[in-house]
Design a protein around this ligand. Structure first.
Ligand code: HAM
Length: 424
């Protein structure tokens, strides 16, 4: 019997896992500079949270959730995203009692039953932020700039920010009605899927990639021309704040996002090099979500970035992350007596912060040297009978081939000087 990982999931193997660690470390660092704190919510929630939070008539809720009934007969869903859970936790833990806004971030796996392809998986990973408790347009700009800054820190600069406002509960219903009437008038030109969406959720039609639908959509009424004055002001302020920090944007009135909780600002950062799944991160404001999931009224804004897409984007631009390669030191031993000495030395070196390895397969000196090479060791410490008799070790610089002899009692101090400690 042969087992494979389930379709749409990936093993993250070394050395790739080092890239993940690097991304995670950078995220913790940068997000904390912006005063966001980490929140960890459960991987699964009661299904209703997502049904109500994300919206019944969305692809995620209609087709993509991993939902099952547990032994207690409760409907459980593996989280397809993080925002609804963060809002649930905020309400449940009465964090609204503390000074606002509350700024959270999270990292972790999400699950959607989608058709796997490049950049689209069934288990994927997001890093996201949510700022709750303020409707200040400057916060919208902060959130967008934080996401872009993170990408810049990884060397990604030439991405496009698509920006829109999807209005609020005051202005959107009238716009949706207008859109619906327009779409009904062009019903026959739309794909079957969109024909059904007209009644159920006409905004979703704006998202359709079908060519015939796109032609109809191009002439459709635009949300940006149908905003109430509060929403129009908010949108214009967000743009001003973005300009203040020199962030270019492209206003895309067709950007509606795949989740129903958005109000006002909606945005996506796209990388043209990525093909069909070109959105590296997306987000927006969700001032109605708290009420939707049964709490009080509370504004919120956030984004989530797909880590797999970030890695694809880096790959497309040949950007290498500065991950440590191999080990600092490899101890080559000759004979059993040397092995015992070496084992103790290994322990001391590791305790002093050196990435150190030794042979565990009883290999010949030549093979041990080859191993050291394969592990990209900076130095090899050779311990044999001769060295033991003199209480010393031979140190070989693996790049230059130069060898020196060092007294074992001085080894730690000498190695500290020899090894580039910066990446330790
Ligand atoms: P989303 O647009 O559904 O938004 O997902 C955010 C990002 O997650 C996408 O831009 C993409 O990079 C990544 N992603 C989504 N689905 C997949 C998949 N199947 N495979 C690989 N990567 C994927 C949200 O999830 C919202 N919760 C974002 C948000 C936070 N809005 C406000 N706060």
């Amino acid at each position: 019997m042969k087992f494979n990982a389930p379709r749409g999931t990936n093993d993250i193997l070394p050395p790739d896992s080092l890239k993940w660690q690097y991304i995670e470390q950078k995220t913790h660092q940068l997000f904390s500079n912006y005063n966001y704190q980490e929140i960890r919510t459960p991987i699964f929630e009661y299904t209703e949270l997502f049904q109500r939070g994300i919206g019944e008539v969305t692809d995620i809720v209609e087709k993509e959730m991993y939902t099952f009934t547990d032994k207690g007969d409760r409907s459980i869903t593996l989280r397809p995203e993080g925002t609804a859970s963060v809002m649930r936790s905020f309400m449940e833990n009465k964090i609204y009692g503390q000074a606002q806004p509350t700024k959270f971030y999270y990292l972790g796996p999400m699950f959607r039953y989608e058709r796997p392809q490049s950049g689209r998986f069934r288990q994927f990973h997001q890093l996201g932020v949510e700022a709750l408790g303020s409707n200040d347009p400057a916060l919208d700009a902060e959130i967008i700039s934080l996401g872009l800054r993170l990408l810049q820190d990884f060397g990604l600069n030439d991405l496009t920010l698509h920006l829109n406002s999807v209005g609020c509960s005051e202005c959107r219903p009238a716009y949706v009605e207008k859109l619906k009437n327009y779409l009904l008038a062009h019903r026959a030109e739309l794909c079957e899927n969109c024909q059904q969406r007209i009644e159920r959720n006409p905004l979703r039609v704006l998202d359709c990639k079908n060519e015939a639908c796109q032609e109809v959509i191009a002439e459709a009424p635009k949300i940006t021309e149908n905003l109430c004055s509060d929403c129009a002001d908010h949108f214009s302020d967000v743009k001003k704040y973005l300009e203040l920090v020199e962030i270019d944007y492209f206003v895309n009135p067709l950007l509606v996002r795949g989740l129903d909780y958005y109000t006002n600002t909606a945005f996506e950062i796209k990388d043209n090099a990525l093909g069909a799944q070109d959105t590296v991160f997306g987000g927006g404001r969700y001032n109605g979500l708290a009420e939707e999931i049964g709490g009080r009224s509370l504004p919120g804004i956030g984004f989530a970035l797909g880590i797999e897409r970030l890695l694809l984007s880096l790959e497309a631009k040949d950007i290498e992350l500065p991950i440590p390669a191999g080990v600092d030191l490899y101890i080559t031993v000759i004979g059993e007596k040397a092995k015992r000495k070496a084992f103790k030395l290994l322990d001391q070196l590791r305790n002093n912060g050196f990435r150190t390895e030794i042979d565990y397969l009883g290999r010949s000196v030549g093979s041990q040297m080859k191993s050291a090479d394969r592990m990209q060791a900076e130095f090899t410490i050779i311990l044999g009978e001769d060295e033991l008799n003199k209480d010393s070790a031979t140190i070989r610089n693996m790049k230059t081939g130069t060898e020196i002899e060092i007294k074992l009692s001085n080894l730690l101090t000498e190695m500290k000087q020899l090894v580039d400690k910066e990446d330790l």
